[in-house]
Design a protein around this ligand. Structure first.
Ligand code: ADP
Length: 246
């Protein structure tokens, strides 16, 4: 299968310290992948490289069927090429409704001129309602986002990413601070999202990762330590040693 993203032999140092060390990683279209690893393993730096925030010292990052180099693109070009990122803290517009937050995200897909001359169509309103349903917020669509629970805000933000129809979504600790019921809903949401785009979930919660039921990549000291099913990686002695055994 042709990969959507192929990171090969990437390294990056900060003041002589190798945060990412000869890292290789690939993900196919519509694949769900969990990335785990102890603090300082390089998870954030890895996401920074894929989104173009940090440029590596060596290696390659290729994208799509035409193998375009993401290293030659700016952060905004990479975002336009279809890489979306959700940070750990939700950044929804709290004084706007769920509907308006989703609509605003949808508008962004029209480009700068599209945003300027944007007139909401009934088609877009329908799309927003569909998205709200997809993220489990159909019943909250007219509520102010600031009134939502922590979990609901996270889902709204995932919905805002989905509105932009990414080809790859990087999601940082989506289950942090959630109740068990919210975590379960988040699992379903991410699995459904992975039907239409590749999803990388960076997560600490092993129980959550297990529920995702996807391939897992374990990072350690900026490299891939192990990769495979959750059962495979959690029975790997090296993984137990550096991560689970702590
Ligand atoms: P993780 O997200 O897995 O906790 P990070 O990618 O944040 O790991 O960090 C990997 C390593 O690189 C850590 O040791 C961190 O201190 C270091 N690091 C990350 N960013 C910088 C930076 N801008 N300057 C210096 N060191 C950094």
């Amino acid at each position: 299968m042709t990969q959507l993203l192929e990171v090969d032999g990437v390294s990056v140092s900060f003041d002589g310290f190798k945060a990412i060390n000869n890292l290789s990683f690939s993900i196919g279209p519509a694949e769900l992948r969990a990335v785990i690893g102890p603090n300082g393993a390089g998870k954030t730096t890895f996401m920074d490289i894929v989104t173009g925030k940090t440029k590596p010292d060596s290696g390659s990052v290729l994208w799509g069927a035409r193998n375009r180099s993401l290293l030659k693109m700016s952060e905004s070009q990479i975002a336009r090429a279809g890489v979306g990122r959700k940070f750990q803290r939700p950044t929804v517009f709290e004084d706007q409704s769920v509907f308006d937050n989703l609509l605003m995200a949808l508008k962004k897909t029209r480009g700068p001129l599209g945003v300027l001359f944007y007139r909401p169509s009934s088609e877009d309103a329908g799309k927003v309602r569909e998205l709200a349903g997809q993220i489990g917020l159909a019943g909250q669509i007219d509520r102010l986002s600031g009134e939502l629970s922590h979990g609901q805000k996270q889902w709204l933000e995932i919905g805002m990413l989905l509105a932009q129809e990414p080809r790859l979504m990087l999601v940082d600790e989506p289950a942090a601070g959630m109740t068990p019921a919210e975590r379960e809903h988040t699992t379903d949401l991410l699995k459904r999202a992975a039907a239409s785009c590749a999803v990388v979930v960076v997560e600490h919660d092993m129980d959550f990762v297990r529920r995702l039921g996807c391939r897992v990549t374990v990072l350690h000291e900026g490299s891939v330590l192990a990769e495979g099913s959750i059962d495979h990686v959690t029975s790997d002695p090296q993984v137990i040693d550096v991560y689970l055994g702590r």
